[in-house]
Structures are given as structure tokens and as C-alpha cells.
Design a protein around this ligand. Sequence first.
Ligand SMILES: Cc1cc2nc3c(=O)[nH]c(=O)nc-3n(C[C@H](O)[C@H](O)[C@H](O)COP(=O)(O)OP(=O)(O)OC[C@H]3O[C@@H](n4cnc5c(N)ncnc54)[C@H](O)[C@@H]3O)c2cc1C
Ligand SMILES: *[C@@H]1O[C@H](CO)[C@@H](O)[C@H](O)[C@H]1NC(C)=O
Ligand SMILES: *[C@@H]1O[C@H](CO)[C@@H](O)[C@H](O)[C@H]1NC(C)=O
Ligand SMILES: *[C@@H]1O[C@H](CO)[C@@H](O)[C@H](O)[C@H]1NC(C)=O
Ligand SMILES: *[C@@H]1O[C@H](CO)[C@@H](O)[C@H](O)[C@H]1NC(C)=O
Ligand SMILES: *[C@@H]1O[C@H](CO)[C@@H](O)[C@H](O)[C@H]1NC(C)=O
Ligand SMILES: *[C@@H]1O[C@H](CO)[C@@H](O)[C@H](O)[C@H]1NC(C)=O
Ligand SMILES: *[C@@H]1O[C@H](CO)[C@@H](O)[C@H](O)[C@H]1NC(C)=O
Ligand SMILES: *[C@@H]1O[C@H](CO)[C@@H](O)[C@H](O)[C@H]1NC(C)=O
Ligand SMILES: *[C@@H]1O[C@H](CO)[C@@H](O)[C@H](O)[C@H]1NC(C)=O
Length: 542
Amino acid sequence: MGLLLFSPYYRIQLPIFPTLILLLSLTFSASAANSSHNTFIHCLVNHSEPSHPITSAIFTPNNTSFFSVLQAYIRNLRFNTSTTRKPYLIITALHVSHVQAATICAQKHNLQMKIRSGGHDYEGVSYVAEVPFFILDMFHLRSIEVDIDSETAWVQAGATLGEVYYRIAEKSKKHGFPAGVCPTVGVGGHISGGGYGNMMRKYGLSVDNVIDAQIIDVQGKLLDRKSMGEDLFWAIRGGGGASFGVVLAYKIKLVQVPETVTVFQVQRTLEQNASDIVYNWQHVAPNIDNDLFIRLILDVVNGTKDGTKTVRATFIALFLGDSKTLVSLLSKSFPQLGLKQSDCIETTWLRSVLFWTNINITEPVEILLDRQPQSLNYLKRKSDYVKKPISKEGLEGIWKKMIELVDTILYFNPYGGKMAEVPSTAVPFPHRAGNLWKVQYQANWNKAGKDVADHYINLTRVLHKYMTPFVSKNPREAFFNYKDLDLGINHNGKNSYSEGKVYGVEYFKDNFNRLVQIKTKVDPGNFFRNEQSIPTLPYRKN
Ligand SMILES: Cc1cc2nc3c(=O)[nH]c(=O)nc-3n(C[C@H](O)[C@H](O)[C@H](O)COP(=O)(O)OP(=O)(O)OC[C@H]3O[C@@H](n4cnc5c(N)ncnc54)[C@H](O)[C@@H]3O)c2cc1C
Ligand SMILES: *[C@@H]1O[C@H](CO)[C@@H](O)[C@H](O)[C@H]1NC(C)=O
Ligand SMILES: *[C@@H]1O[C@H](CO)[C@@H](O)[C@H](O)[C@H]1NC(C)=O
Ligand SMILES: *[C@@H]1O[C@H](CO)[C@@H](O)[C@H](O)[C@H]1NC(C)=O
Ligand SMILES: *[C@@H]1O[C@H](CO)[C@@H](O)[C@H](O)[C@H]1NC(C)=O
Ligand SMILES: *[C@@H]1O[C@H](CO)[C@@H](O)[C@H](O)[C@H]1NC(C)=O
Ligand SMILES: *[C@@H]1O[C@H](CO)[C@@H](O)[C@H](O)[C@H]1NC(C)=O
Ligand SMILES: *[C@@H]1O[C@H](CO)[C@@H](O)[C@H](O)[C@H]1NC(C)=O
Ligand SMILES: *[C@@H]1O[C@H](CO)[C@@H](O)[C@H](O)[C@H]1NC(C)=O
Ligand SMILES: *[C@@H]1O[C@H](CO)[C@@H](O)[C@H](O)[C@H]1NC(C)=O
């Protein structure tokens, strides 16, 4: 019954390859409406351990909890509409054997599986698809075992970053982990896609600090680093887990943090010399002490005079040290900012996470265990890399464009430090030495409707296009964790190397080739696939 819900929709959605789609669709709805669907469930039951029954993990659309389970980890409201393609089934894995059963049975029944951990994929790739699909939901598998003696932790895919930080700090005030700044992001997608945060200049990416992993491969086998081998272990540290297997857990290496860190947020509009400060930020932020990370956010706000708009620059920082040292450091290296002692807040590393995610720093730290974000939006993201400072004239042009568009935001995240030291082939993430900062383009809105969405999405595209002269080219690089389907789609069900190469080279540059080779070896049938997965090598005609 649930299948009939989406089959007609599916036909409308995909104007490309109509014959193939129609064929697939017919085959699917005929078989799936009853028998295939039921035999899939039988297969799941057959392949999970009797001591861990899978039936209580299976949700079909006629289960009253189906929609709340689906919505529980939707983090972009663009994909929470009545027309968003729905899965015909959700498996909320309670045990490893459920993951194995899903992997084996989906292949037996030729079904598309989407893997979801934290659900923060910007394009909803973990819970939406162009073809009939089911979701393997990992949120129950979220144990975190911290071992301070060895300075390591095993973290399961369904854990959130906030939970990881909280559990580390619970055991030690001197340890942390370099990962994203949003506490509700999931380990499974975040780490397998690279993972960066505000300690990146000191400690590199999350994947630079991963030392072991557990995955379920295409045969349903449980593998660790030793049994999967160094190639596959390399691939799942930034190449995206969903192309290679189901990540169950990563073993991470903890890093040292001081018991007191300093944070600040300083805002300047154009009238307050923002242009000059931003111009200098470009030279300072990627080169300064590795203990300091100064993110720059640019948005458009009302000017002081009625009806005018201005650009506001927000500098938000984490310093792994005390405020006195920080103020003295910046008065020498970045006097234009005019940082004062009173701008600085000394706190613990764990509480700095609250500050960075816009939660009052006096809130109980248990708020990091909340799996529900503070607020949800409709959103679109894009990314770029900057390798040369932008001239003053260039910046003026960007301000003019932003004021014209109004509703776009730019995030500049400085690189340098450790990021420039790690070789670009160490893990699939290739954007290392030579990059000054990464740009994230944002549009956020809070109204439903396709026209509204089209308007805002267009704004990010217009600004992205405008930025062309200032950013990397050949290829124009992009960050894989900032999923952007504008870069191209590997149409589901189709294994197109040429389609995959387009976004693949932007995300992974030369590492794309190695990812394709590993993919071809470990999953030649391309079972683990999605809109922007790594394709297998094209078949050679003899
Ligand atoms: C509010 C917000 C803040 C963010 N901040 C940062 C940041 O500071 N730094 C940063 O690097 N990124 C950041 N991101 C991007 C984020 O890292 C990626 O979206 C990441 O993929 C999310 O992981 P997830 O598990 O929550 O997402 P999901 O949507 O669950 O998964 C994302 C992708 O990974 C795949 N996947 C998920 N789990 C598994 C698994 N167990 N095995 C194999 N494949 C899997 C999915 O199929 C999908 O393709 C942010 C995103 C949001 C929405
Ligand atoms: C819906 O529920 C009934 C029993 O409540 C079950 O027999 C049937 O198989 C379910 N249908 C689907 C599509 O899961
Ligand atoms: C199963 O599907 C077939 C083909 O669509 C149909 O003829 C049959 O009536 C269905 N059976 C049930 C029990 O729904
Ligand atoms: C489940 O297992 C039983 C016994 O091993 C077998 O007869 C049956 O065909 C299996 N069913 C499916 C759907 O795999
Ligand atoms: C819905 O699914 C849950 C978990 O599988 C199960 O406990 C519950 O009984 C189901 N409800 C219905 C109405 O099928
Ligand atoms: C998602 O959509 C459902 C159904 O319309 C709605 O009930 C729910 O509130 C939405 N979620 C959010 C966070 O808006
Ligand atoms: C802007 O810079 C000028 C010259 O450098 C300085 O005189 C002025 O005080 C600054 N304005 C603000 C608001 O900082
Ligand atoms: C900005 O100005 C517009 C009118 O020009 C007004 O509608 C809006 O509320 C103002 N926004 C803020 C945040 O003050
Ligand atoms: C944070 O909360 C405290 C205590 O409720 C309050 O005094 C303070 O003003 C708040 N700070 C911010 C920035 O909102
Ligand atoms: C996109 O936005 C720009 C700038 O506002 C506008 O000129 C253009 O017409 C828009 N394009 C589309 C396709 O909406």
C-alpha cells in the first residue's frame, strides 16, 4: 500500500530516460505492492539474529509511527514536504545483524538503500531518492566508548557530535576532538565525508584523527581496519561512506585541549570599516598561530539610515589559550579588528561548543545531548575554495552583489596550519596546502513552496557565479560534506562514470581516480550508491 503512495509520483519526477523509468516503475510497483515487499521483510527476518528480532525495527507507511520516524532526522525543511519522495520502508537498526540483513536483502531484491545517521545532508541524500528506496536509519547505534589512557574513543555512526564532545569532556577536561561545530550533526556522514571544525588549523580534519573503523561491506561482512585493508580504510576517511559500505563506528584519536579556552564574536558593518578589516583578515586568519581559528561570516543587514542596507562582518573565534595572550596576539597581528579584553570569554572547550552554535554559554552542557536542533530551516548550501587574497576592489564588488541579492550569507573558514601540512593524498579530502579559506554560500528561509525555494536557491547560484574570478578553477573545488547537487548527479540506478567524474573531481581532485578504483574493487555491482556516489570504472569493450 505504501508503495502505491510514491510510484505515480516517481514517474512524474524523472523526465529523463522515460522508458527505463517507466519500466522500472512498473516492475517495481507490481512486484513491490505485495510479494516483493513481503519477501523483502521475510528476508530481513531470516537474516537477522533471532536474539535480536528485526521486526520491531521495521516501519512501513501503514505503521502510525512511520512519518514521525521519517521526520525525526530531516534537517532541511526543503525535504519535508508532501511531494518529497518517501521511502516505502524504514529500518531503524537496533543491532549489527539488522545492518547486515538490510545490506544482503536489499541486493537480493534489487532495492535502493539510503543510509542515514544524523540526517544533516544538505541535499537530503540520506533520506530522499529519485527511485523507490528504503532508509537504513542508524540513530539507535550510537554508543561512545572513551578511553583516556590510550587517548582514543570508539564512536558509533548514529552518535551526534554533541554527544561525542560531551562524553569526552565527562572523562577528561584536557581532551577534545576536532570535528564540526554543530552538535546535532551525525558521526556517520560527518566523518565519512571529511569533517572539519574550529580546531582544524591545529589538528586537521576529523579524518586526520581516525585510526580504525568498523563497516559492513557489500557481502554483509563486518570488517575493521585490518580486515578491510588500507585502501578501503583510506576511502571511508573523506570519500563518503555511502559509496563503500555502512559505517558502524570509527575509532578516533583524541586531541589535547587546554582547560581554559577563549572565544569571541565581534561584528563590524561597512560603516565600521568592515572592508578594511576583512581585507586584512585574508592575510591574518590563514597564517596566524594554529591555536587560533577566526571564522568570518558576511551577511546583509539594515543600514543606519532608513531603507539602506549594509554588509556586516562577524568574526567568531576559538583560541586554545587564555584571553590575555589572545588580545596581545591580535593587537600585534590584526590591530584592524580592535579586539578588546571585554570582547573575550574564557570558558571550557566543551562550553565553547555552545558559544559557537549560538546557545547561551551558561546553559547546562547537557543541552549537547539534545538530538533535536534549536531550529530548522529551508536551506541551500554551496562551497568554494580561495587561493589568492581578494583585492579591495574585488571585495567592494562582492558587497555590492550581496546587497543586491539581500538574502545570501557567506561563511569564510580559514585554512593553513595543520591543513597545509597534511599531504593532499593522505585521505580523499584534497583541499590542503595552497588554500587560504573555504567559502560556504548559504540561503536560509522559513516559508514552504517551490517558488520560494527556487528564489533562494537561485540567489546562491547567482552569488556563486559572481565569485568565479576569486575562487579555484580547473577544477572549481568543492567540499564533499557541503553536498551540492548543482555540481551534477549520478542518476540513481545508472552507474555512469562520466556523470560521476564531474562532481567527483570537484570534491576529490586527483584522489577521485583512487576512489573509483577502490569502489570498483569493493562494490563492483554499485550497490552502495546515491546521487553523488563514487562510480565504478566504465566497462571496457574488447
Ligand atoms: C547545521 C549543519 C552544520 C554543519 N556543520 C558542519 C561542520 O561544522 N563541519 C563539517 O565538516 N560539516 C558540517 N556540516 C555538514 C555535515 O558534516 C554533513 O552534512 C554530514 O554528511 C552530515 O552527517 P549526518 O550523519 O548528520 O548526515 P546524513 O544525512 O545522515 O548522511 C550524510 C551522507 O552520509 C551517508 N551516511 C550517513 N551515515 C552513514 C553510515 N553510517 N555509513 C555510510 N554512509 C553514511 C548518507 O547516506 C549521506 O550520503 C553541517 C551540516 C549541517 C546541516
Ligand atoms: C500493513 O499492516 C498490515 C497489518 O497491520 C500488514 O498485514 C500489511 O502487510 C502491512 N502492509 C504493508 C505494506 O506493510
Ligand atoms: C499482488 O499483486 C498482483 C499484481 O499486481 C495482484 O494481481 C494481486 O492481487 C496482489 N495480491 C494482493 C494480495 O494484494
Ligand atoms: C527464510 O528461511 C527459510 C528457512 O531457511 C526459507 O525456507 C525461506 O525461503 C526463507 N525466506 C526468505 C524470504 O528468504
Ligand atoms: C509500528 O512499528 C513498530 C516497530 O516496528 C511496532 O512496535 C508497532 O507495533 C507497529 N505498529 C503498527 C500499527 O503496525
Ligand atoms: C515536517 O512536516 C510534517 C508534516 O507536514 C509536519 O508535521 C512537521 O512539523 C514538519 N517538521 C518541521 C520541523 O517543520
Ligand atoms: C575606521 O578607520 C578609520 C581610519 O583607519 C578610523 O579613523 C576610524 O575610527 C575607524 N572607524 C571605526 C568605526 O572603527
Ligand atoms: C530592515 O528594514 C526593513 C524596512 O526597510 C524592515 O521591514 C525590517 O524589519 C528591518 N529589519 C530589521 C532586522 O530591523
Ligand atoms: C545568558 O544567560 C544569562 C543567564 O540567564 C543571562 O544573564 C545572559 O544575558 C545571557 N547571555 C546572552 C548572550 O544572552
Ligand atoms: C535569479 O536571481 C537573479 C538576481 O536576483 C535574477 O536576475 C534572475 O532572474 C533569477 N533567475 C531565476 C532563474 O530565477
